[in-house]
Design a protein around this ligand. Structure first.
Ligand code: AMP
Length: 118
């Protein structure tokens, strides 16, 4: 069973923000911003590659609810999902990082210089 399935099953503790029948949101253990929450489906899905439009519609609504719960819906935030090796995905259970609570930085995301490649 994967790490996030164990969190869903309460075999591993987590700091839960929101939950419904299909989704769970909890604080990231290694926050990259003042607010760093992970939103996951309770159904094990490896990554964004394996989502359906129906799941994403419900996930979108759940993420909206989470941002309201922690009061970042008007101040702004970022939603990220990492996919596969090049995407930097460490946990192979679909999750959306919800980052906020401060002005977020935006910079080069790889060691490859993108200039001249386009
Ligand atoms: P990713 O690199 O996109 O797969 O992100 C995985 C995220 O899971 C990282 O931000 C980790 O800090 C976070 N993480 C790993 N273990 C736990 C845990 N037990 N509770 C909460 N977050 C975790």
């Amino acid at each position: 069973m994967c790490l996030f399935c164990k969190i869903i099953n309460r075999e591993i503790p987590s700091n839960i923000i929101a939950e419904n029948d299909e989704f769970l949101a909890f604080h990231d253990i290694n926050p990259k911003a003042p607010i760093h929450i992970l939103a996951i489906p309770k159904l094990h899905v490896d990554s964004f590659n394996d989502t359906s439009p129906q799941m994403m519609a419900k996930m979108t609504s759940f993420i909206h609810d989470v941002t309201k719960e922690v009061n970042i819906e008007t101040s702004g935030y970022r939603v990220i999902t990492n996919i596969g090796d090049n995407g930097g995905q460490e946990v192979k259970h679909l999750h959306f990082h919800i980052l906020g609570g401060a002005k977020l930085k935006w910079g080069h995301l790889s060691d490859v210089d993108p200039k001249g490649l386009i």
